[in-house]
Ligand binder design. Structure first.
Ligand SMILES: [Mg+2]
Length: 307
């Protein structure tokens, strides 16, 4: 059984500009064993080549643009597949503009079929133009549903979902969100990885740190999902969700040996959890989630990360 991995980046491989301990060795193990993998990100601002350079600066060599699938590429794939002669007015950055250009989706600031919103800064002038296009009949398509995105452990920035909320309020037009957790993002990423490896993969796994996007999307498309605790999810919050990850790991470092030996562990969770004891006088847990079924309300310090 050949396993292919779809891997989220922020909170899984790095946080801010620092690699998560063990992430470099994990990627090295994937590369040295020829294990298929693809990084999957909702950030539509950078191009795949930008992301490869970013990881190189953090010390991860030998990655090419082919190793990345962004929500910008997903949006370009969506338009290319569903409406290849469409025209767009874009609020977004280089990664989105380049992806649309590559798919030959033309730009039109007068009467486009779609207003496409992505991550990044905009101006009141562009928002006004987008508003006018929507009033004239353009549909509202968004690369990802993130209202805010982490910048550091203490800082966030507004995301594409927040920009879209402005246009939704001003026009009344309902948006359609691509990117995780939309199944189309997972389907296209899975297809890209399958094509790349000539359909050798029989088992797809999503590794991510966010329940609402990585774990939900994987569940809805029928893939295994591994939650890592190096990013946005605290273990005590996991039980609040109706969908659950297949495994919970402290970090991607927990997978390095498994990938090197080629033996998928029958252990469902991180070694860090094996010392926990149960109170039922019987070894093992009845369900993977039992240990984490803590009825603690999720903190509501800020609104949900996604729509
Ligand atoms: Mg993440």
């Amino acid at each position: 059984m050949k396993t292919g991995y779809l891997i989220d980046m922020d909170g899984v491989i790095y946080r801010e500009n620092h690699l998560i301990p063990g992430a470099a060795e994990f990627i090295q193990a994937l590369q040295s064993t020829g294990t298929p993998f693809l990084f999957l990100t909702n950030n539509s601002a950078p191009t795949p080549a930008d992301l490869a350079v970013r990881l190189k600066h953090m010390g991860v060599e030998d990655l090419s643009a082919q190793h990345f699938y962004t929500s910008a590429l997903n949006t370009a794939d969506f338009l290319n597949e569903t409406d290849p002669n469409s025209t767009v007015f874009v609020i977004g950055e280089g990664g989105l503009l380049a992806a649309l250009h590559e798919r030959k989706i033309a730009s039109d600031s007068i009467d486009p079929r779609y207003v496409v919103v992505g991550e990044g800064a905009t101006t009141m002038e562009r928002l006004t133009k987008a508003h006018e296009c929507i009033e004239r009949g353009a549909r509202l398509l968004v690369t990802n549903p993130d209202n805010w995105c982490p910048v550091s452990s203490e800082k966030t920035r507004p995301g594409a979902g927040a920009t879209t909320a402005y246009l939704e309020a001003s026009t009344g037009r309902r948006p359609y969100y691509l990117g995780k957790p939309n199944s189309y993002m997972f389907q296209r990423a899975r297809r890209k990885l399958a094509d790349w490896t000539l359909n050798e993969i029989t088992n797809f796994v999503m590794i991510g740190d966010t329940m609402e996007t990585d774990i939900r999307g994987a569940f809805e498309v029928g893939m295994h999902s591994y939650l890592v605790l190096t990013g946005s999810t605290q273990i005590q919050d996991v039980a609040d969700y109706v969908y659950q990850p297949t495994r919970i790991l402290q970090s991607v470092a927990d997978l390095t040996d498994e990938i090197k030996t080629g033996k998928v562990s029958d252990r469902r969770n991180s070694p860090a959890f094996t010392k926990q004891t149960t109170s039922v006088g019987k070894s093992g847990r009845r369900h993977q989630t039992d240990t984490f079924a803590l009825h603690k309300p999720r903190p509501r310090l800020r609104p949900a990360m996604t729509k």
